[in-house]
Design a protein around this ligand. Structure first.
Ligand code: ZN
Length: 125
């Protein structure tokens, strides 16, 4: 289980949104089916969100192992139909997770690379 410090506030109006390691986040109970998801509270904006908010797993109805199997197969280069067949889900499910993971990958790239102070398009460039 990832430590709370690895997360960041997801509230678009929060000054600490997207900034990790600020010490502003705190465990705020359990949520989801079987109460398996942690809720996180931001001390800065008092917002509350699930540990899956802002990830490709947000709102996922599949069991976590199946969701990760879909993403693992895609990452290894399996096509949509073969992934659906191997994991035992519908092709539309594979397409949905592919789209979600792609959007999440773009956000992560922008956070880690595109807006880095050492990158030419960052704050200095
Ligand atoms: Zn916040």
């Amino acid at each position: 289980m990832r430590p709370i410090e690895d997360f960041c506030c997801q509230n678009i109006e929060c000054p600490d949104r997207g900034i990790r390691g600020r010490g502003n986040l705190k465990f705020a109970g359990w949520s989801g089916h079987k109460k398996a998801l942690r809720m996180i509270r931001c001390r800065t904006c008092r917002g509350r969100f699930s540990e899956r908010t802002g990830t490709a797993l947000a709102g996922s109805q599949l069991p976590l192992d199946k969701t990760l199997a879909v993403l693992d197969h895609i990452r290894e280069g399996c096509g949509t139909l073969s992934t659906a067949r191997l994991v035992g889900v519908g092709k539309n499910t594979v397409t949905r997770y592919l789209r979600l993971a792609g959007a999440q990958g773009r956000k992560l790239h922008e956070e880690l690379v595109a807006f880095s102070p050492s990158h030419p398009s960052g704050a200095d460039g």
